[in-house]
Design a protein around this ligand. Structure first.
Ligand code: CAA
Length: 390
């Protein structure tokens, strides 16, 4: 008998600061409508000095552990493309901050914005084989580009944690998936760079190849017809990209896909900016938190990671899912971010991109989240939980 496997819980986190893109437009001498309408972005989350992918990942997963406990979690996958070490998995810091059991395998995954989807699929397969086990999948990223470039307005930060389990409460991951891989230099981050290198226009073409290639493979493998998909969530480097992808899918398939099928998925990402691996799953959170009841409906998920790997798969929304979503908490997190002006944000950007590991540094607490980066000692990063777990 096949086991139903999927997302049993989902929670998010972001940073303590927020930049208004109207302010950035003024600083850049750009029409604010280019960002709001042209890119579909209103704000971007910016980390304080004591925040990074580890603190956001732990903050996202904390409420899930509080609700379900950690006894059944046998694996923790942390997906990121803004890793803090070349060898040690950032997931190990998260494991310690959350007080997870030592009987848990802990790994970091990388493939640009795509790797959370690889983690989710691997988690689903693990749970299908051992249905008593649960897997914690966390996507966490800080998107940083060079200042005063076209990409600056598409920065952002955030984390999404998902508990993958048998008999899920939120959404079942359907087994059919389509994938598309093509080596391309559209976006990458060299080992000696704290900011991404990007060929913006090429990246848009590469994303287009990915969405159509993954869709064709999904169909070739027996995926459902497009008219059986009720909502679409696409990776959102900026939210207009998701709308473009829906138009490409519509003309490729001949289906009459209307903008409302994707609009609701942009609600959080418009305010967060790009959160790379987490972006697609913030889109999912927005769809699940929206007013319309999606019980029994199918969500199409398109994951894109530059370089490039793409995947199209579907989720079936479970009966009773609305009792398990966390929309009010997400709105609170977004509203709690403190506005920062352009000079302040650019100073934070410079400090973060110049932070080496050569000298010991102590980083004072500046954010009000539950976990903090406290500095570097003996070249090793240090973290602290406000309320340490046993
Ligand atoms: N009012 C309204 N709209 C306006 C406007 C105005 N005054 N001025 C410009 N626009 C519109 C343009 O028409 C355009 O819309 P369309 O694409 O629908 O035609 C949009 O605003 C953007 O304008 P440009 O194309 O001129 O923008 P740009 O060249 O300055 O920069 C970008 C856009 C290339 C995406 C840049 O922000 C960038 O490099 N971003 C990072 C790369 C990225 O996000 N790539 C996406 C695919 S890769 C991926 O998905 C992985 C990932 O996460 C990075």
């Amino acid at each position: 008998m096949s086991v139903r496997v999927g997302i049993h819980d989902l929670a998010v986190a972001t940073t303590g600061y927020v930049v208004e893109l109207d302010d950035l437009a003024a600083a850049m001498g750009v029409d604010p409508a280019k960002y709001r309408t042209g890119l579909g972005q209103d704000q971007m989350s910016v980390p304080a000095p004591d925040e990074d992918i580890v603190t956001m990942a732990a903050a996202a997963a904390g409420p899930i552990i509080d609700t379900h406990g950690a006894d059944r979690i046998r694996t923790l996958f942390l997906a990121t493309e803004s890793g803090v070490d070349q060898s040690k998995a950032a997931a190990l810091f998260v494991h310690q901050l959350l007080g997870l059991p030592s009987t848990c395998r802990v790994v970091e995954l990388k493939q640009a914005c795509y790797s959370a989807t690889a983690a989710l699929q691997a988690a689903a397969d693990m749970v299908a084989r051992r249905p008593d086990d649960q897997v914690l999948v966390i996507a966490s990223d800080v998107a940083r580009y060079e200042l005063e470039t076209a990409a600056e307005a598409t920065q952002g930060a955030g984390a999404v944690a998902m508990l993958v389990a048998a008999d899920p409460a939120i959404a079942e991951i359907e087994p059919t998936a389509g994938v598309f891989t093509a080596e391309v230099d559209d976006f990458w981050r060299p080992n000696d760079s704290a900011t991404a290198v990007v060929d913006g226009q090429l990246s848009i073409f590469a994303y287009r190849d990915g969405v159509l290639g993954a869709w064709d493979d999904y169909q070739a493998r027996g995926g459902v017809p497009i008219d059986q998909i009720d909502r679409f969530c696409h990776h959102q480097p900026f939210t207009k990209m998701a709308a473009k992808a829906l138009r490409w899918l519509a003309s490729h398939t001949g289906a009459g896909l209307r903008p409302p099928l994707i609009e609701v998925s942009t609600r959080y990402n418009r305010r967060l900016g790009n959160s790379y691996t987490a972006s697609l799953y913030f889109a999912l959170a927005a769809v699940l938190d929206a007013d319309d009841d999606l019980t029994g409906r199918r969500i199409g998920m398109f994951s894109y990671g530059s370089g490039s790997v793409s995947e199209f798969f579907t989720l079936l929304v479970c009966e009773g899912y609305r009792a398990h979503t966390r929309g009010a908490a997400t709105e609170e997190l977004l509203a709690a971010r403190r506005p920062i002006d352009i000079a302040g944000y650019r100073a934070l950007h410079a400090a973060a991109t110049n932070l080496g590991s050569g000298d010991d540094v102590s980083v004072p607490q500046e954010s009000s989240g539950p976990f903090h980066f406290t500095g570097i000692s003996g070249r090793a990063r240090q973290y602290r939980a406000d309320a340490p777990r046993p």
